[in-house]
Ligand binder design. Sequence first.
Ligand code: IPM
Ligand code: MG
Length: 350
Amino acid sequence: MKICVLPGDGIGPEIVAEAVRVLKALDLKFEMEEALLGGCAVDATGKPYPEATQKLAREADAVLLGAVGGPQWDSLPREQRPERGLLGIRKDLNLFANLRPAILYPELANASTLKAEVVAGLDILIIRELTGDIYFGQPRGIREENGERVGFNTMVYSESEIRRIGHVAFQAAQKRNKKLCSVDKMNVLECTQLWRDVMIEVSKDYPDVELSHMLVDNAAMQLVKAPKQFDVMVTGNMFGDILSDEASMLTGSIGMLPSASLDEKNKGLYEPSHGSAPDIAGKGVANPLATILSAAMMLRYTFGLEAEAVRIENAVKRVLANGYRTGDIYERGTTKVGTKEMGDAVLAAL
Ligand code: IPM
Ligand code: MG
């Protein structure tokens, strides 16, 4: 069981250190090796996804990532931006299926900006296609036309790309409440008309799952109006980027949400859904729970260690029940702790 560890930038190294401690505490004989991705890789090698990292990531069974990016790299040419490293590794490892659960822990019901009754018990899974769409479509660029600049990108999906993410989504729904909502913009975009058509075709293989469709603008509205109507949502790369941020905030605590990005053989990259938070980097106050929960997803999806995954998740629940909170989820009457103390608490609960 080989894990490539990519701490990344900002708070990445701090939160990854805690997840690594948790993995080590399980005594499962993981082989772990660290490499550079993102801004730190640009500083060291000039590239956000250097060859040495690529080699390690390809050889590993799973990748644990902190976060990438920061203001000091924002003015670099696009090819050298940290985000390119992230997009590069997703594409290189063919990690087309991005699973982003949004779960509201009962102890954190007050952390949401939405009314508690709207979000209490929320448990939805957003499945975002991750290696296609306008993120990677060609042609793309900025060109001169009639004496002015014109920017352009291409939204594109092949039938096979839609079908394979469709299967992932239907199978995930089968393991949950058997409700799948596919999100598109078929009233305007042909590409997403195809998306809807193919989802309907794929649904024939899963008669036990109830498939519905929603236009993305309505889905954005329904997510804040009545989010508990959803079980599993599946959508393309761009819409999924936006809707998953929105869904994460229903829980009031993006610092709690893990994610998995999987290929066809369940090799995966696991990372928190939040960013590198440069403003609090190095201060030891970041919330490591999303990264620790990402490690749990790794055990579940790549290594098939369901019991160990649940053990970590239960430890996190116990820690919350015991009142430990990092600053992002702190409320009066609870115990405010830093990154490392939160890691200690999880280890103790384990
Ligand atoms: C995400 C992020 C990335 C994306 C950025 C950092 C490139 O927003 O993982 O959601 O757009 O996919
Ligand atoms: Mg995003």
